[in-house]
Design a protein around this ligand. Sequence first.
Ligand code: FES
Length: 159
Amino acid sequence: MNLHVSSRDIGERTLDIVSGMKSLEGPLLPILHEIQAEFGYVPQECLPIIARELNLSRAEVHGVVTFYHDYRDHPAGRHVLKLCRAEACQSMGGDQLAERVKALLGIDFHQTTLDGAVTLEPVYCLGLCSAAPAAMLDGEVHGRLDADTVNDLVAEVRA
Ligand code: FES
């Protein structure tokens, strides 16, 4: 992931990615995925390039970026904490846990703390339903969360 790039670099890299992938069937999602892997988010300046190259309107591309929760429109924090919001986790206290995490961090879903430490995101099933409620911190899954383990996770990202 390259977080220190100018707008010009973003434009050139975006064009490279789109050119290499636009012949795929249904290229938009894989292109957005690749752009997020490259920059850590989907920069606004990529959208007109993608739209032009795929013969789509900018609104169509923007609509897809905002529809899928996996795509970020701003750089993520140093840590990314994903809380499972799907049914099994909700039935095991996921809602209260989410409210606790939001209060501890002082942010809502899709937001990043002001110090850039952590981005909080919802996720819809981590495949850990038997150990609900579950979360993922920087790609590592954590199950059977309770108030104490959530405090530990938050302390870890704040450290
Ligand atoms: S519903 Fe949360 S891990 Fe499956």
